[in-house]
Design a protein around this ligand. Structure first.
Ligand SMILES: [Zn+2]
Length: 345
């Protein structure tokens, strides 16, 4: 009988659930709203009902291995409790895993959503077939995860992979975490908007001011469109973005020396606008990257996978550090959640 697991992505706005076969085939995907305002018990009831509906549907033809649940927050892996979650009020200091296990009568794994996105990309996405990878997710902030030999690296207590709070500018902008100059203040969607607002306020970017007044959806994508059309101020913003992302990656590469670094999240698709500066920075700041860079790294948005794949067959000394775009989009976390539910071995 084929085996399957259930992956859950419990976000602040959406609750997404997927049944996935053990070999990574999608059986079914469901999206529900997360009515966080109705309280913790409501969210947990709705989630357990949906997991049960989906698992009983596929139990007639397969063996249910368990459920993995991705949560935006810091999870104590020993107790299965949330230490901190800004988007899920009432979940802290509550035995989330034990409660869900009790209701489902199945194995349940709770995991940080960024860690699961990293595992998903390693299992079925950009880093498929590659054991050691770091995934940097560029969204409103910066998230991340490290996968070593196919397993999430949690660190001592589940807090590893906080790439967004690495200092890249010692005297820089204050971050919500209390530090100054965190990477997510310089290389995220909100950083792009901060730079755009500064440019508008200084009066040096009439093109931004015009776009802001005519486009109700004015955002990081609008600045990207301007950059691609050749707007110099917009291009400058993405060069700055690429520079700080390069500083972060140079540190990761020097520290970890992994096979692959995957860049995901909404803003990552602005690759053509930020990647040249990012690679320039990497070569200048990372001796490890300079020694292991592929010949044509800029092609890696399309051909990086091939470079990565071919490096597996080359001799050890010829292996290259590949930096490439994520492939699974927002489904990465869902696949990672299904994967983490599969018992090891
Ligand atoms: Zn910070």
């Amino acid at each position: 009988m084929p085996e399957f697991s259930i992956g859950v992505d419990l976000g602040g706005t959406n609750l997404r659930i997927a049944a996935v076969s053990r070999d990574g085939g999608l059986l079914e995907k469901v999206t529900l709203g997360t009515k966080v305002a109705l309280g913790r018990d409501h969210v947990i009831n709705e989630m357990c009902d949906a997991i049960q509906r989906l698992s009983s549907k596929y139990k007639s033809t397969g063996i249910f291995l368990g459920a993995g649940i991705g949560i935006p927050g810091i999870i104590d892996m020993q107790t299965g409790m949330l230490r901190k979650s800004a988007n899920l009020p009432g979940f802290e200091d509550y035995p989330v895993r034990r409660e869900i296990e009790r209701r489902l009568g199945a194995r349940v794994v709770l995991e940080n959503d960024a860690n699961l996105a990293a595992l998903g990309e390693q299992w079925l996405g950009a880093a498929r077939g590659i054991g050691n990878v770091a995934v940097v997710t560029l969204g409103t902030g910066i998230g991340g995860g490290i996968v070593l030999e196919g397993k999430i690296w949690h660190g001592m207590n589940g807090m590893a992979g906080e790439f967004g709070h690495v200092t890249v500018e010692p005297q820089g902008y204050l971050c919500g975490c209390g530090n100054h100059g965190c990477d997510e203040r310089y290389a995220s969607a909100s950083a792009i908007m901060r730079m755009a607002r500064e440019a508008i306020a200084s009066g040096e970017a009439p093109s931004f001011a015009q776009a802001a007044s005519s486009d109700p959806e004015f955002g990081a994508k609008s600045i990207y469109d301007l950059a691609i059309q050749g707007d110099e101020r917009a291009r400058q913003i993405f060069r700055s973005f690429g520079r700080y992302l390069g500083i972060l990656l140079a540190g990761l590469i020097n520290t970890l020396n992994l096979d692959m670094y995957v860049i995901g999240g909404g803003v990552s698709s602005a690759w053509d606008a930020y990647a040249p500066k990012m690679f320039e920075e990497l070569r200048a700041r990372s001796l490890v990257y300079a020694a292991t860079a592929p010949d044509h790294p800029l092609g890696s948005s399309s051909s990086g996978k091939e470079e990565g794949a071919s490096s597996q067959t080359e001799s050890r000394t010829e292996r290259k550090t590949v930096i490439t775009l994520a492939l699974l989009g927002s489904d990465a976390g869902l696949y990672g959640a299904a994967r983490v539910a599969v018992p090891a071995g």
